[in-house]
Design a protein around this ligand. Structure first.
Ligand code: PGA
Length: 253
C-alpha cells in the first residue's frame, strides 16, 4: 500500500476496554466517523479484544486494526505469546513495535525489537515503530543520540519492507503524563527523524509517515498535526472515549 504521508490517527487502547466495552465503543465511534475521511484511522486493542473489534467492523473497512505487540517467534512452545501469522490470519493490518512501555516495563531491547520487526514484516504486517527519549535523556541533551540509536533497526531493513513502516515519535516523558511536547519540540525531533530516514532510505524515508504520541488530546491535536513533519498521532488515554478519539481524528483533516 502506498500510504505516503496520508495523515494517520492511531488509537492505542493499551490494557483497557473489555470485549463488551469495545463493542459499545465501536457502535458509538462508527456513528461519529464518516466513511469517507481523508485520513487513515486504526485501533490497537489488546490481543484478546482484536477479534471482537475486527468482527464488529466488518462493514467498516475504513477503520483498520492492529495489535499492540507480537512474538519474535513464529510458532511453537512459547506459552503466552502471540505470533505474526496469528495476527495476520485474524485480520490485523498493523502491529506496534517498540512502545516505551514494552521497552521499559518488559525490558524489550533493540535486539529483540529487530527480531519482532523482521517477523512482522515477513508476515505482511505493517509496523508502527515507536521511539522516544526519557526526561533524563532530554535533560542531558541526549535526545538525538537516543533517536539515532533507536532508528538503527529501521535503517537496516531491506528495501522491500520499508514502505510498511510508520514511525511514532513518543517522548517517554509525555506518555500518559498530560505533558505533551510543544508543537515546536515535536517538529524539531520529527524533522531530524525525517532527515535521518531520507539520508538512508532516500525518497521512501522522505515520504514516510511520522506520528507524534504523548498526551495527544482533542485540545492540542490540531496544533501538533499541523507541524510540517508530523503526519498524525498515536493516541493512548484520549483514544479510550469515542467522541474524544473522533475529535482527534478530525484534527488530521
Ligand atoms: P498517551 O499515550 O496518549 O496516553 O500519552 C500514548 C501512547 O503511549 O501511545
Amino acid at each position: 500500500m502506498n500510504t505516503s504521508r496520508i495523515p494517520f490517527v492511531a488509537g492505542n487502547w493499551k490494557m483497557n476496554l473489555t470485549p463488551s466495552e469495545a463493542i459499545r465503543y465501536l457502535d458509538e465511534f462508527a456513528v461519529l466517523l464518516p466513511t469517507d475521511h481523508a485520513y487513515e484511522v486504526a485501533l490497537f486493542p489488546s490481543y484478546l479484544v482484536v477479534p471482537f473489534v475486527i468482527g464488529n467492523l466488518l462493514k467498516r473497512r475504513d477503520i483498520h486494526v492492529g495489535a499492540q505487540n507480537l512474538s519474535d517467534r513464529e510458532s511453537g512452545a512459547f506459552t503466552g505469546e502471540v505470533s505474526a501469522p496469528m495476527l495476520t490470519d485474524a485480520g490485523c493490518r498493523y502491529v506496534l513495535i517498540g512502545h516505551s512501555e514494552r521497552r521499559k516495563i518488559y525490558g524489550e531491547t533493540d535486539e529483540l525489537l529487530a527480531k519482532k520487526l523482521s517477523m512482522a514484516l515477513q508476515h505482511k504486517l505493517s509496523v508502527v515503530y515507536c521511539i522516544g527519549e526519557t526526561l533524563a535523556e532530554r535533560e542531558a541533551n541526549q535526545t538525538f543520540d537516543v533517536i539515532d540509536q533507536q532508528l538503527k533497526n529501521l535503517i537496516a531493513l531491506p528495501h522491500e519492507s520499508r514502505p510498511n513502516i510508520t514511525i511514532a515519535y513518543e517522548p517517554v516523558w509525555a506518555i500518559g503524563t498530560g505533558l505533551n511536547a510543544t508543537p515546536a519540540q515535536a517538529q524539531e525531533v520529527h524533522h531530524v527523524i525525517r532527515t535521518t530516514m531520507s539520508d538512508h532510505w532516500n525518497d521512501t524515508g522522505k515520504n514516510m509517515r511520522i506520528l507524534y504520541g504523548g498526551s495527544v488530546t482533542p485540545a492540542n491535536a490540531k496544533e501538533l498535526f499541523a507541524c510540517p513533519d508530523v503526519d498524525g498521532g498515536l493516541v493512548g488515554g484520549a483514544s479510550l472515549k469515542p467522541d474524544s478519539f473522533y475529535n482527534i481524528c478530525r484534527a488530521a483533516e
